[in-house]
Write a protein that binds this ligand. Structure first.
Ligand code: NAG
Ligand code: NAG
Ligand code: NAG
Ligand code: NAG
Length: 360
């Protein structure tokens, strides 16, 4: 099931919208480890297994609502993947399309929002990992055009990131963060819809290892803990019992206009959506707590839009039990008075005639 979108064609998205928010000024260097030994920002996480840590992730992390896209309403994040890593996120998700014979990061289609070649983006992640040697990072790529695993492997290796690729040992058990760091195998890479390759054994088929909750949620009451993909599990608990890593999708779409069926990442309710509150309907804290209870295990991954809001990292810290011990991290950046004026976009929308179905 996919949300069907009439058109938010390139013309609509190219229109300037006005968003006022603080400039991104965090320093990458300031995010370096400061303590003696910390793994993923806390000494307490070193001895924890990879699958016993909650890794907070940026949904569509290459698709920005910032100056570089003229504050595109198709953007899911205010800040890019480097800033996300500096802020403590350890999962980066993005959508990959085949365009002119190469893999590019595009949102639904390359005419809508094109964030450039996959390999360039991976190179920036590699640069960050080189600079931050005590960090375990997960990358999840949506293989929108069913490209072969070797194309992804070539991009990982070409960017330099492949050298960190972790290959599971086949026992079904995951190592501790400290072991992955000591071994220099501290990148976990998942791609959807691929066959394993002997040439790139570290490029893992997502749904062999992970199950996800539903991802097309349009109301705060819509978040639940069901195993949506892959389709073979009756419940989240059944998937957990089978050794699958639980992946919590927690981002909201809103319809713009009415009756057009056009959905954009929901910014207006994000303070609630990303809130650590365990009691507020639609809050990340509550959704995670409900799933933890239902599954008997904390989510291993949580994916959010506008990660700096909430701030979403508070929920991950709470699940990881690290609270005040988090170290070497930039403060999530406050976004003041984020207001999108959609007037001109709505005019373009009304005038648009093309229709297509887009998948987020
Ligand atoms: C996960 O980590 C917690 C905190 O260290 C520990 O109490 C628990 O036994 C671990 N669970 C597993 C399955 O390793
Ligand atoms: C942003 O708007 C400016 C001025 O209209 C335009 O020149 C530029 O190409 C736009 N950039 C993007 C990424 O759409
Ligand atoms: C994020 O932006 C900074 C500043 O422009 C840049 O140095 C960095 O490479 C970018 N990161 C990614 C993943 O594109
Ligand atoms: C969870 O949400 C999905 C998508 O909205 C829905 O199809 C499913 O029935 C819900 N599961 C439960 C147990 O409510």
């Amino acid at each position: 099931m996919h949300i069907s979108i009439a058109t938010w064609a390139a013309a609509l998205l190219a229109l300037p919208t006005t968003i006022t928010h603080a400039a991104a000024t965090p320093s990458r260097l300031a995010a370096r480890q400061s303590g003696s030994v910390a793994c993923n920002n806390s000494p307490e996480l070193c001895s924890r297994r990879y699958n016993n840590v909650t890794h907070l992730g940026a949904h569509n992390s290459a698709f920005l609502r910032d100056e570089s896209t003229n504050d595109s309403i198709a953007g899911n994040q205010f800040f890019n993947a480097t800033v996300a890593l500096d802020s403590g996120l350890r999962l980066l998700q993005a959508q990959v399309h085949l365009e002119d014979g190469g893999l590019r990061l595009c949102h639904s289609s390359c005419s809508l929002l094109d964030a450039g070649p996959l390999q360039d983006w991976l190179k920036a992640v590699n640069f960050w990992m080189d600079e931050n040697p005590n960090e375990v990072v997960t990358v999840l790529l949506v293989n929108s055009d069913s490209q072969p695993v070797d194309s992804f492997g070539a991009a990982f290796d070409g960017s330099g990131l492949g050298k960190y690729g972790y290959t599971p040992d086949g026992t079904g058990s995951w190592p501790t963060l400290a072991k992955m760091i000591n071994d220099g195998k501290r990148l976990v890479s998942f791609v959807t819809n691929i066959q394993p390759s002997t040439q790139y054994p570290y490029v893992l088929d997502e749904f062999t290892y992970i199950f996800e909750t539903p991802f097309e949620v349009t109301s705060p009451a819509g978040f639940n803990c069901t195993a949506d993909r892959p389709a073979k599990f009756d419940s989240g608990s059944a998937a957990v019992a089978a050794g699958m890593l639980p992946f919590l999708n927690h981002f909201l779409y809103q319809e713009i206009g009415s009756g057009f069926g056009i959905y954009i990442p929901n910014e207006k309710d994000v303070a609630t959506t990303n809130s650590p509150s365990t009691s507020t309907a639609g809050a990340l804290g509550r959704h995670a707590a409900e799933c933890k209870t239902e599954w008997g295990q904390q989510p291993v991954f949580m994916l959010v839009d506008f990660f700096d809001q909430g701030p979403a990292i508070d929920t991950a810290d709470s699940l990881n039990g690290i609270g005040q011990s988090a170290t070497g991290r930039d403060e999530p950046i406050a976004v003041a008075g984020a207001v999108v004026k959609r007037g001109s976009a709505m005019v373009a929308l009304a005038m648009s005639v093309m229709a297509c179905s887009l998948l987020f």
